[in-house]
Design a protein around this ligand. Structure first.
Ligand SMILES: Cc1cc2nc3c(=O)[nH]c(=O)nc-3n(C[C@H](O)[C@H](O)[C@H](O)COP(=O)(O)OP(=O)(O)OC[C@H]3O[C@@H](n4cnc5c(N)ncnc54)[C@H](O)[C@@H]3O)c2cc1C
Length: 420
């Protein structure tokens, strides 16, 4: 019988950090290896955390700290391309009533700090450790690092690859893996500190506790995140090529200024994206291509090595679920290990069975939302402008979310009768 007593996690994103916390609570000896020397937000500096992400985090001990971190949304609004509010809905307020948790905006770095704190106390967090190879045999797995002169190979019972969409672990353990798929859309993504100083941007900035969307050219989204007056905005646009360093690109003056100017010409001068871009510090502006992966249906593990988060189900960001799914994975994997008394094979089999259908649905929904919401077809545009507000005001979205959550929450939830 192959029992896991020690585990190494590769990747210190939201998924890896959540998993490290969950496994430590279950009594496993854990080490986490992250290639970066410190945390850098490579895919969006803010993050919408949904109840399905917050409930598992609360379950593993972060309930109080989360409340300080998440800025709740109670309203949704849709603006037109001139920044005028065309529709509003109080639908997000219902999340709080039904789940006890809101959907809200967080600052990714603050979430990382919250998850890091217990790991630092445990001395299990190793930055500047890029894993370049994994070899497994009947008794364990050996990890090797890029800086092999100073970092000796590590031997553990179980390895979890939480190393993101361009996963090294996937390359090493799954021989036939297709590369990530480029969606032919890029995104400019900005953070504005002290949004209350920029009220001239209009209702997207002044309306509190509100998520704003605009679907006239690609997708524009904005919301407040965290509790210090920070504000995120992002806009997608079609492109045949991703920015040069798209795997985890951040702002660089040289390759993006011209592209930013070109991107802004896609919007009428009255669109709030112009003002948002104008008041965003260049260091706080990200630019990258949007990729997803074909869903892995050949299992997420080989022997003692398994995958989690974007490494196995990288999604486009339109449902705001990638990080929430990684959190769900982490708590599910831990509960499968506990249930099987840390026997590796049955636990990893059950983890895959529990997560496959759910994550596949989310990846597909996100992709189809992108295709529908960003299409420039004029008929689809008309349908979208009337359908979206109806959906938001009919509570259909909330009911779907509720059904998904109650059926799939990795944490035992009190049964609530769903109103139809
Ligand atoms: C624009 C945008 C906005 C988004 N907004 C949201 C949102 O609002 N809500 C939401 O839920 N999701 C959102 N997502 C998705 C979310 O960011 C990802 O799904 C989530 O970060 C995945 O977490 P992860 O831990 O699996 O991987 P990652 O966050 O990618 O972390 C992987 C980590 O592994 C490290 N790593 C890689 N290779 C190695 C190696 N060889 N050795 C050691 N370390 C390594 C990397 O440095 C990285 O830190 C968004 C994504 C984008 C692109």
């Amino acid at each position: 019988m192959t029992i896991a007593r020690s585990a190494a996690i590769i990747g210190g994103g939201i998924g890896g950090l959540t998993l490290a916390n969950a496994l430590i609570r279950s009594g496993l000896s854990v080490s986490l290896y992250e290639r970066a020397s410190h945390y850098t937000p490579t895919s969006g500096a803010a993050l919408s955390l949904q109840p399905n992400g917050q409930i598992p985090l609360a379950y593993i001990g972060f309930k109080d700290s989360l409340q300080k971190l998440v800025y709740p949304f109670y309203h949704w609004q849709m603006i037109d391309e001139h920044g005028k509010v065309r529709s509003t809905s109080p639908c997000f307020g219902e999340y709080v009533q039904r789940f006890g948790y809101c959907i809200g905006g967080t600052i990714r770095a603050e979430l990382v700090d919250m998850l890091k704190a217990p790991l630092e106390q445990n001395h299990c967090l190793h930055y500047s450790h890029k894993v370049i190879d994994l070899q497994q045999d009947a008794h364990g797995v050996t990890l090797s690092f890029e800086n092999h002169h100073e970092q000796k190979p590590v031997r553990v019972d179980l390895v979890i690859g939480a190393d993101g969409i361009h996963s090294t672990v996937v390359e090493k353990i799954f021989s036939a893996t297709e590369p990530p798929i480029y969606s032919k859309e890029n995104i400019f993504y900005g953070m504005i500190d002290n949004i209350d100083e920029h009220t001239s941007i209009g209702p997207i900035a002044t309306q509190k506790n509100t998520l704003t969307q605009c679907f006239s050219k690609g997708e524009f989204i904005s919301y407040r995140a965290g509790n210090q007056g920070q504000f995120m905005w992002a806009a997608t646009y079609p492109s045949n090529t991703p920015p040069l360093t798209s795997s985890d690109a951040e702002w660089t003056h040289t390759n993006n200024q011209r592209e930013l100017n070109r991107f802004l010409t896609l919007f009428p001068s009255t669109h709030p994206v112009h003002q948002c871009a104008a008041v965003t510090d260049q260091q706080r502006l990200l630019h990258f291509g949007l990729f997803y992966r074909k869903h892995r249906s050949d299992g997420w593990h080989r022997g003692r090595i398994c995958l989690l988060g974007d490494a196995c189900h990288a999604t486009l960001p339109y449902a705001g679920q990638g990080a929430n799914m990684a959190i769900e994975d982490a708590v599910t994997l831990t509960s499968c290990l506990e249930k099987h008394q840390f026997q590796i094979e049955p636990a990893l089999d059950e983890y895959y069975k529990k997560r496959f259908a759910r994550t596949k649905r989310v990846v597909n929904i996100s992709r189809y939302m992108g295709l529908f919401c960003h299409s420039q077809n004029s008929l689809l545009h008309v349908i979208r402008q009337s359908l979206y507000p109806k959906l938001m005001n009919s509570n259909a979205m909330i009911k779907i979310a509720e059904k998904e959550l109650f059926q799939n929450c990795p944490v035992p939830m009190e049964f609530k009768k769903i109103k139809t």
